[in-house]
Design a protein around this ligand. Structure first.
Ligand code: PLP
Length: 388
């Protein structure tokens, strides 16, 4: 059987067997609706499981359980916080369209929500980033206006993995009377994420990026009164988010959060070592290879490299043939293989962006995987360069 080396964990991760085990009964014998807990013991079982999961997520991010609001994932959390806060503050406090500050290399869940707000007459500033892929808090300060209601800057970029100075940016936001959101989808359970240390009012996270199920996420909401509901419906989640709870997904998210918290210190060190080892081996065997974005201020699971003289599409296909799964742009934007908006935002030209690949590591990644990738990729590069 062909060896498979999965280096696309930034796109998604496999569900941990322990997570799956804990989810299973909630598809079958424990199927009740948690909102029926007042009159049904089966509902009470489901409600207890949801609240246990909430507590586990709260413990992972250092929040109070009631500040953890379950959503369908990172995309929903991002849409909700932008639209829910900007609309509410504009209507109820400013009495005119408010202003949002974000950064041009955000995930499209943020960028497209910001553009949707712009279409409705709200104002948006997209802060620029330089080669390092790290936002300068002074650039955020310069973007602030008296009408700025929200600053939304991702904790780590999903393509290049660079970690942003969120605590400093949150101080800028608060100094100007604005709220602060961070999309922590790529950092939760990978590096320490503490809502108080970061100083954020809102934080998005998604279970499938840390060995939990797809379709389960959270918006951390410091103060429920700061935003309008996104999904109107029943009284679930304090009336903030209607829809019957996705109990198996929430249970899986809770278990993944618990495992993530336990494993974090060890995994941070292990994956940093593996990631650096792969880069060292590749750069010893391939010339003209450059890391995109700052190498140090980067999540441990991410390596994004530019290999001059190759096109990432044939390289990724050849790697796939050899059993190595990696990415060019982000998974949510396969059609963006033309040129990633993240790489062009940090100053790569079209050709440089098209010669870049993202290798992202996970709990299942081993040293043997690294050795295999370090053996195979240089040969493929050599072959593709010889064809160019
Ligand atoms: C930074 C970032 N934000 C948001 C999302 C969207 O999350 P989800 O897939 O849970 O909707 C992703 C997923 O790739 C991401 O990497």
């Amino acid at each position: 059987m062909q060896r498979i080396v999965y280096l696309d964990n930034a796109a998604t991760t496999p569900v941990d067997p322990a997570v799956f085990e804990e989810m299973k009964p909630f598809f079958s014998e424990r199927f009740a609706n948690p909102m029926t807990y007042m009159h049904s013991s089966a509902g009470d079982v489901a409600q207890t499981a949801v609240e246990e999961a909430r507590g586990r997520v709260a413990s992972l991010i250092g929040s109070k359980p009631e500040q953890v609001v379950f959503t369908s994932g990172g995309t929903e959390s991002d849409n909700w916080v932008l639209k829910g806060t900007v609309e509410k503050a504009s209507r109820e406090r400013l009495h005119k369209p408010g202003h949002l500050v974000t950064v041009e290399f955000e995930h499209h869940a943020i960028l497209h929500s910001a553009l949707a707000l712009q279409r409705q007459g709200y104002e948006v500033t997209f802060v620029k980033v330089g080669h390092s892929g790290i936002v300068d808090p002074d650039d955020v300060r310069r973007a602030m206006r008296p009408t700025t209601v929200l600053v939304s800057i991702m904790h780590a970029n999903n393509e290049i993995g660079t970690i942003q100075p969120i605590a400093d940016i949150a101080r800028v936001a608060h100094d100007h009377g604005a709220l602060m959101h961070t999309d922590a989808v790529q950092t939760t359970a990978h590096i320490p994420v503490d809502v108080d240390a970061l100083g954020v009012d809102f934080l998005s996270l998604s279970a499938h990026k840390f060995n939990g199920p797809k379709g389960a996420g959270v918006l951390f909401v410091r103060d429920h009164a700061a935003l309008y509901p996104f999904i109107d419906g029943g009284g679930q989640e304090w009336g903030l988010r209607g829809s019957t709870h996705n109990v198996p997904g929430i249970v899986g998210l809770g278990k993944a959060a618990q495992l993530g918290k336990e494993r974090l210190p060890g995994e941070l060190e292990r994956l940093t070592t593996l990631r650096n080892m792969l880069f060292d081996k590749l750069s010893a065997r391939i010339d003209r290879i450059v890391v995109n974005g700052d190498m140090k201020q980067r999540v441990p699971q991410n390596l994004n490299i530019r290999i001059e003289g190759i096109d990432n599409e044939p390289l990724l296909l050849a790697m796939n043939e050899a059993g190595i799964i990696a990415a060019g742009g982000s998974a949510c934007n396969a059609q963006e293989t033309l040129a990633s908006h993240v790489l062009t935002s940090i100053g790569c030209d079209l050709k440089e962006a098209k010669s870049s690949i993202r290798l992202s590591f996970g709990y299942a990644t081993t040293e043997k995987d690294v050795d295999y990738a370090a053996d195979v990729i240089p040969n493929l590069v050599k072959f593709l360069r010889s064809m160019a």
